[in-house]
Write a protein that binds this ligand. Structure first.
Ligand SMILES: Nc1ncnc2c1ncn2[C@@H]1O[C@H](COP(=O)(O)OP(=O)(O)OP(=O)(O)O)[C@@H](O)[C@H]1O
Ligand SMILES: CC(=O)N[C@H]1[C@@H]2OC[C@@H](O2)[C@@H](O)[C@@H]1O[C@H](C)C(=O)O
Length: 399
C-alpha cells in the first residue's frame, strides 16, 4: 500500500482531525482560513473552531482575478496561469497562518480548499441544450498541497453537479450537521456577494431541509462602490444610509425572472452585476440618480429579495429563528432593511452558536472534507430538493 493511502486511512480512523478550511468568495476580499478540530463525523460531528483569520488579497490578486472573473470572453492563457498561481498562493497563505498560530504543518491532517469561483453557469442561466449545470473554481489542489505539505481536498462543487445539483449552495451540508437543533426551526442566512439560505426544521427531518441562493447579497453594492468610489465596499453602509430609495429603480431591479424561479436555484455576479443595474436604470429612467440613492436602493433590493424568499416559504418554515452570517451581517442598513420586514423573527448571528459569522463558509469546507474521509454513515439525501447524498472533494497528496 502506498504510504499516502496508509496515511489517509490513519487520518480517517482517528477520533478527531485537525482540518484547515479555506474559502475565497465572490467578494475577492481575502482568503478565509479556519483551523478546525473535528471529532467523529455526520450528525455526531463536533466542530471546534480553533483559529480563524482572513488573509487580505492585494490589488495584484484582485486585478488578476477580475481579468477572468464572471466574464464570457477571457484570455485563456491568463486563466491557465492563474490556476497554479492561486493554488501556490493559497498554500503560502496557509503556511503564514500556521506560523502565526505556532502550529506545525505536520499536526494538520487535511486542508479543504474551495478555491476561487471564476464562473458559475447553471442551466437556468446558460440555457444551452445538451449542456449540464456547470461551475468553475480555480486554485489547483495539487499546487496547494505541495506548497503546504498537507493532504488537500479541493474542487468540491463538481461532484454536487455530477449528482444532479447545481454545484451550490453547499452550505446546507455543514448547516445541517452543525446548526440543526431540536429546540427551534432555524434559517441560516449567509450574505456574501450572493445571499443564500438553508432551512433546518426542529424535526431534524433531512427530507424537510432545503437550501437555495436567493439573489444578490453584497455583490452589486461592492461593484458600485468599486466603480464610483474606488472603495472595496460601503463600510458600515455610510453611503447607502446617506441616500434614499428610488421606488422606480427598486421595482425595475426586482423584476427579473430569477426571483420567480422555484427553489433550489443558484446565481452569481454573472447575472447580478453593473450591467444588470444599468438595464434596470434604463428601464426605470433613473440613470440620473445620485450615487447615495443608487446605493440605498441596491441595499434595499438585496434585503427585499432575501425577505421575499423567506416569505415565499410561508407556512413551511413555521416559527423560526434567523441566524445571519457572511460579510453582509456587518452592513447595518442591510440588517435594518431585513429586520424591519420580519418584525416577528428573532435575528441572531452564528456567533451565538460559537461560529464566527465570517468563518462559517471556511468551516463548511472543513466539514465537507471530514465527511469525505470519515463520514458517509448518516444518510442525508433529499434528491428532490437538489441536495445529493454524496462525498465531495478531490484528494491531492503533497509529493
Ligand atoms: N463593515 C462592513 N460594512 C459593510 N459591509 C461589509 C462590512 N464588512 C464586510 N462587508 C461586506 O461583506 C463582504 C465580504 O463578505 P464575505 O466575505 O462573506 O463575501 P464572500 O464570501 O466573498 O461572498 P460569497 O459568499 O458570495 O462568495 C464585503 O465585500 C462587504 O460587502
Ligand atoms: C458557485 C459559487 O461559488 N457559489 C457561492 C456563491 O456565494 C454564496 C452563494 O453563491 C453560494 O451558493 C456559494 O457559496 C457557498 C459557500 C455555498 O456553496 O453554500
Amino acid at each position: 500500500m502506498h504510504s499516502h493511502i496508509h496515511r489517509l486511512h490513519q487520518i480517517a480512523a482517528k477520533p478527531q482531525r485537525l482540518i484547515i478550511g479555506l474559502m475565497s468568495g465572490t467578494s475577492l476580499d481575502g482568503l478565509d482560513v479556519a483551523l478546525c478540530r473535528i471529532s467523529d463525523a455526520g450528525l455526531n460531528s463536533k466542530i471546534e473552531l480553533l483559529e480563524f483569520t482572513t488573509v487580505d488579497y492585494d490589488e495584484t490578486y484582485r486585478q488578476r482575478i477580475k481579468s477572468v472573473f464572471s466574464k464570457r470572453q477571457v484570455d485563456l492563457q491568463q486563466l491557465c496561469l492563474l490556476n497554479p498561481w492561486i493554488g501556490t498562493l493559497h498554500g503560502q497563505m496557509v503556511n503564514q497562518c500556521l506560523q502565526a498560530w505556532q502550529v506545525d504543518a505536520t499536526e494538520v491532517d487535511l486542508i479543504a480548499s474551495h478555491g476561487q469561483t471564476v464562473y458559475h453557469a447553471p442551466k437556468s442561466e446558460h440555457r444551452l441544450e445538451g449542456y449540464p449545470n456547470a461551475t468553475l473554481q480555480i486554485g489547483d489542489g495539487d499546487h496547494l498541497a505541495c506548497e503546504a505539505g498537507i493532504i488537500t481536498l479541493s474542487d468540491f462543487r463538481q461532484k454536487h453537479i455530477a449528482a444532479g445539483g447545481e454545484g451550490a449552495p453547499l452550505a446546507v451540508y455543514g448547516d445541517y450537521l452543525i446548526f440543526a437543533s431540536e429546540e427551534q426551526n432555524r434559517v441560516m442566512l449567509n450574505m456574501g456577494g450572493i445571499a443564500n439560505l438553508t432551512y433546518l426544521p426542529a424535526s431534524m427531518d433531512a427530507s424537510a431541509v432545503f437550501s437555495t441562493d436567493v439573489g444578490p447579497g453584497n455583490t452589486l453594492m461592492d461593484a458600485y462602490m468599486q466603480q464610483y468610489f474606488n472603495q472595496s465596499y460601503d463600510a458600515d453602509a455610510a453611503v447607502a444610509r446617506a441616500g434614499k430609495v428610488s421606488e422606480s429603480l427598486l421595482k425595475a431591479l426586482q423584476q427579473h425572472n430569477f426571483f420567480a424561479q422555484p427553489f433550489p436555484k443558484t446565481t452569481g455576479p454573472e447575472l447580478f452585476n453593473l450591467e444588470y443595474l444599468a438595464r434596470a436604470q434604463a428601464a426605470s429612467q433613473t440613470g440620473d440618480l445620485c450615487h447615495e440613492d443608487v446605493m440605498a436602493t441596491l441595499n434595499r433590493f438585496s434585503a427585499n429579495m432575501i425577505v421575499l424568499a423567506l416569505k415565499r416559504c410561508g407556512e413551511k418554515l413555521g416559527d423560526y429563528h434567523l441566524y445571519a452570517s457572511g460579510g453582509g451581517f456587518h452592513n447595518p442598513v442591510l440588517m435594518e432593511n431585513i429586520a424591519r420586514q420580519l418584525p416577528t423573527v428573532q435575528i441572531h448571528s452564528t456567533a451565538e452558536l460559537a461560529v464566527d459569522p465570517d468563518a462559517k463558509e471556511a468551516v463548511l469546507f472543513a466539514v465537507l472534507a471530514n465527511e469525505c474521509v470519515a463520514g458517509g454513515k448518516d444518510k442525508f439525501s433529499n434528491l428532490k430538493e437538489g441536495i445529493p447524498d454524496i462525498t465531495m472533494g478531490k484528494i491531492s497528496f503533497y509529493d
